[in-house]
Design a protein around this ligand. Structure first.
Ligand SMILES: *[C@@H]1O[C@H](CO)[C@@H](O)[C@H](O)[C@H]1NC(C)=O
Length: 331
């Protein structure tokens, strides 16, 4: 297949490869790379049609990127044969998290004379664990909670310890917590659970398996504890930057619609009306091409985006609700 393709490309000037030929080659390569197999011919036909629509959208966007009209690039990935709604159900859990039910009375606001540094990257200080992968489970909220706590715990003790998302997923998805396991939840509520529970186990002692099982928290395996949960002043990007600079990595919630095909650069596109994904802000900065950005640690594996990270536009009117639900623990 590859050899045939090369011949076609070499002969391309004379042969004039049609868009359909290119699409077919890309479709075959896509299926192979992502190990796709479909139930029958009619499902394959449907998947190919969705792939084609997404590919056209990606190609158009990337042509604008190449022309300097966009600040971020898109890419084909394992989700390119899925509708947005399917993606949301599989990776986000589909819960609309716009209203956060967790009561938090402690609100962070920077003191008026606090000078925000021009850039921060907590990875360089060793406060960030490796990028993780939530798999086909809407458990982003457990990863965001673990991520901010891992950072806060490191800054207090000097020990960077991977904490157990599975502990949170299994134990904080039942009464009195509003979280719904793999169907979604709130990082604020996860931190609340850890505070009330007297800690969360280490990842090593309570590993992740991407579905909700029975709670088997073990007090002897606690990796970190939480004294208080703090909310950053709602919608205030300035307060969020100050909190990141002063306290370290912070859990945030956003709308993930444009993250599906994000490859690199500073994502800058308006969102619609839903908060459905949690990540960890591990820094911020300024990019010559993309302007001010937030540096976000995602939980979709290190192959996605910029080695598992996403840069998203900062100071663009609370883009995709980035500063609407920012929380972190005091340890
Ligand atoms: C999500 O919830 C908010 C607040 O309740 C609401 O305004 C918004 O329309 C909802 N979004 C969707 C897509 O249902």
């Amino acid at each position: 297949m590859k050899a045939v393709l090369i011949v076609l490309v070499i002969a391309g000037c004379a042969l004039a490869l049609s868009y359909e030929d290119v699409l077919e080659a890309e479709w075959q390569a896509f299926k192979k790379e992502h190990d796709k197999s479909y139930q029958d011919a009619s499902e394959e036909q449907l998947r190919r049609r969705i792939f084609k629509d997404n590919k056209e959208m990606i190609d158009k966007h990337n042509a604008r990127y190449a022309a300097g009209e966009e600040t971020w690039e898109m890419g084909v990935n394992e989700f390119t044969d899925m509708l947005l709604e399917e993606f949301r159900a599989q990776m986000l859990g589909g819960l609309n998290k716009t209203d956060d039910p967790t009561e938090i009375h402690l609100v962070y606001k920077p003191s008026p004379n606090f000078r925000i540094p021009s850039s921060v990257d907590w990875r360089k200080k060793g406060a960030v664990t490796k990028v993780k992968n939530q798999g086909h489970c809407g458990s982003c909220w457990t990863f965001a909670a673990a991520g901010t706590l891992e950072g806060q715990h490191f800054l207090k003790t000097g020990n960077l310890i991977d904490l157990s998302e599975e502990n949170i997923l299994d134990c904080a998805s039942q009464w009195p917590y509003p979280n719904q396991g793999c169907n979604g939840g709130w990082a604020s509520s996860a931190l609340d659970y850890i505070k009330n529970n007297g800690g969360v186990d280490t990842e090593a002692s309570y590993p992740y398996y991407a579905y909700q099982g029975n709670c088997h928290f073990d007090r002897r395996r606690v990796g970190a504890t939480v004294k208080k949960v703090v909310r950053v002043a709602k919608g205030d990007e300035n307060a969020l930057a100050a909190a990141v600079a002063e306290y370290g990595p912070i859990a945030v919630s956003i709308e993930a619609t444009h993250l599906v095909h994000y490859r690199r650069g500073v994502l800058n596109k308006r969102c619609q009306n839903v908060i459905d994904h949690d990540l960890v802000v591990v820094g911020y900065g300024h990019d010559v091409r993309g302007g001010d950005y937030w540096l976000l640690k995602n939980s979709w594996g290190k192959e996605r985006g910029e080695n598992g990270y996403v840069r998203m536009a900062r100071n663009r009117g609370n883009l995709c609700f980035i500063a609407s639900q920012a929380v972190f623990p005091l340890v």
